[in-house]
Design a protein around this ligand. Structure first.
Ligand code: HEC
Ligand code: HEC
Ligand code: HEC
Ligand code: HEC
Ligand code: HEC
Ligand code: HEC
Length: 256
C-alpha cells in the first residue's frame, strides 16, 4: 500500500507472551545477567502514568539509565521493589543490594537472568482468566469487567496535584479525503496515561500547529505508535482505530 508516497511497512508482532517485554541489558555483569521487564504483569497492576510520569521511566528500551545504584537509592525499579512497600497483600520484593549485604536472603534471579529461574509469574498462568482479543489480552475488557484495577497513585511517589480536566472527546480526521474516520478517546487515554505523557512530547497542543500525523510515522513508532507499536494493542490491528478500514495486517514472518 502506498501512503503519501511512502511505503507503509508494518512490523510483525512477536508471540503474545513476549509483547511489551523490555530487555534491560546496559549494565550486565558476569554474576547478574540482563533483566526482562514484563509490561503484561506490571500494567495489570499499575497505570502507565504511575511509571512513566511519576517514577519517570522513559518510553524506550534502555533509555532511562536504570542500574543497581539507582534501584538501591529508591528510584526506578527500587521505587517499588524495596522489600517493604505493600500493594494489597503483596510486599514488593527488594531489588539490587549493595556489596556486603548478605545476598542469601535476596532472590536476585527473580529479575536477573541466571541458570535457575525463580520467577513466580508466568504469562500463561497470570493471564489465563483475562479476556483475550484477536491478538493477546484485551486490556480494555479486562478493566471494564473488573479483572484488573490498576493503581494510579503511590504514597510518597505520586505528586498529589489537581489533574488537568479537559477530557473532552476529541476527533482526529485523516488528512486524506478517501480514508474513513479514526477512533480515539481523549477521555479514556487521559485516564490511563494522564496529559503529561502525550503533551507536549508526543502531541504538541498548539491549536494553530496541529501535529502532522501520518500512518507511515505511526507505524514507525511516532504519535499513536509511541505506545501502539510496542505495548498497547499493536498497529497491526487496523480496524481498532479505523472501524471501516482493513481488519488486521500480520506483517512479515507472522502467521495468523
Ligand atoms: C526488581 C528487579 C531487580 C532485582 C530483584 C535485582 N535487580 Fe539488580 N538490576 C536490576 C536492573 C533493572 C538493573 C539494570 C540492568 C541493566 O541495565 O543491565 C540491575 C543491575 C544490576 C547490576 C549491574 C551493575 C550496576 O551497577 O548496575 C548488579 C551488579 C545488580 N543489579 C545486582 C543485583 C543483586 C546482587 C541482586 C540481588 C540482591 C539484584 N541485583 C536484584 C533489577 C533488579
Ligand atoms: C511498573 C512500571 C511500568 C508500567 C505500569 C508501564 N510501564 Fe512502560 N516501561 C516501563 C519500563 C521500566 C520501561 C523500560 C524503560 C527503559 O528501558 O529505560 C518501559 C518502556 C515502555 C515503552 C518502550 C518499549 C520499548 O521496547 O521500546 C513503551 C512504549 C511503554 N513503556 C508504554 C507503556 C504503556 C502504554 C503503559 C500502560 C499501558 C506502560 N508502559 C506501563 C515501566 C512501566
Ligand atoms: C509501581 C511499582 C513497581 C515498579 C516501578 C516496578 N515493579 Fe516489578 N513488580 C511490582 C509488583 C507489585 C510486583 C508483584 C510482586 C509479587 O507478587 O511478589 C512486581 C513483580 C515483578 C516481577 C515478577 C517476579 C516474579 O517472581 O515473577 C519482576 C521480574 C519485576 N517486577 C521486575 C521489575 C523491574 C525490572 C522493574 C524496573 C525496571 C520493576 N519491576 C518496577 C511493582 C513494581
Ligand atoms: C493506533 C491507531 C491506529 C491503528 C491501529 C492504525 N491506524 Fe491508520 N491512522 C491512524 C491515525 C491517527 C491516522 C491519521 C493520520 C492523519 O492525520 O492523516 C491514520 C491514517 C491512516 C491512513 C490515511 C493516510 C495517512 O497516512 O494518514 C491510512 C491509509 C491508514 N491509516 C491505514 C492503516 C492500516 C492499513 C492500518 C493497519 C496496518 C492502520 N492504519 C492502523 C491511526 C491508526
Ligand atoms: C494518548 C495521548 C493523549 C493524552 C493522554 C491526552 N491527549 Fe490531548 N491530544 C491528543 C491528540 C492526539 C490530540 C490531537 C492533536 C492534533 O490533532 O494535532 C490532542 C489534542 C489536545 C488539545 C488541542 C485540541 C483541542 O481540542 O483543543 C488539548 C488542549 C489537549 N489535547 C489537552 C489534553 C489534556 C488537558 C489532557 C489530559 C486530561 C490530554 N490532552 C491528554 C492526545 C492525548
Ligand atoms: C501514551 C500511550 C498511548 C498513545 C500515544 C496512544 N494510545 Fe491508544 N491506547 C493506549 C492504551 C494503554 C490503550 C488501552 C488498550 C491497550 O493497551 O491495548 C489504548 C487504547 C486505544 C483504543 C481502544 C479504546 C477504545 O475506545 O476502544 C483506541 C481506538 C486507541 N487507543 C487509539 C489511539 C489513537 C488513534 C492514537 C493516536 C492519536 C493513540 N491511541 C495513542 C495508549 C496510547
Amino acid at each position: 500500500m502506498v501512503v503519501q508516497a511512502q511505503q507503509l511497512y508494518v512490523q510483525a508482532v512477536p508471540p503474545e507472551d513476549q509483547f511489551g517485554d523490555v530487555t534491560l541489558d546496559g549494565h550486565v555483569t558476569p554474576n547478574n545477567g540482563p533483566v526482562v521487564f514484563n509490561h503484561w504483569l506490571h500494567r495489570a497492576k499499575f497505570t502507565c502514568r504511575v511509571c512513566h510520569v511519576d517514577i519517570g521511566f522513559a518510553m524506550g528500551a534502555n533509555r532511562t539509565g536504570i542500574d543497581a545504584k539507582t534501584n538501591q537509592e529508591g528510584y526506578y525499579c527500587g521505587a517499588c521493589h524495596d522489600g517493604k512497600r505493600q500493594f494489597g497483600n503483596v510486599t514488593a520484593f527488594a531489588s539490587c543490594q549493595p556489596d556486603g549485604v548478605a545476598k542469601a536472603n535476596f532472590t536476585c534471579s527473580r529479575c536477573h537472568a541466571s541458570s535457575k529461574t525463580e520467577r513466580k509469574y508466568t504469562y500463561k498462568e497470570f493471564t489465563a482468566k483475562l479476556p483475550k482479543a484477536r491478538y493477546g489480552i484485551d486490556w480494555m475488557a479486562a478493566e471494564n469487567t473488573g479483572f484488573i484495577k490498576p493503581i494510579d497513585v503511590i504514597d510518597g511517589i505520586s505528586i498529589p496535584k489537581e489533574r488537568i480536566k479537559n477530557r473532552a472527546e476529541l476527533s482526529i480526521h485523516p488528512q486524506v479525503q478517501w480514508f474513513t474516520g479514526i477512533h480515539f478517546s481523549h477521555e479514556l487515554h487521559s485516564k490511563w496515561n494522564s496529559c503529561e505523557l502525550c503533551h507536549p512530547e508526543i502531541f504538541p497542543t498548539q491549536k494553530d500547529a496541529p501535529a502532522n500525523i501520518s500512518m507511515y510515522q505511526i507505524a514507525n513508532g511516532r504519535f499513536c505508535g509511541a505506545c501502539h507499536v510496542k505495548v498497547a494493542f499493536p498497529v497491526n490491528g487496523c480496524n481498532q482505530c479505523h472501524a471501516q478500514g482493513p481488519m488486521w495486517v500480520a506483517g512479515p514472518g507472522w502467521v495468523m
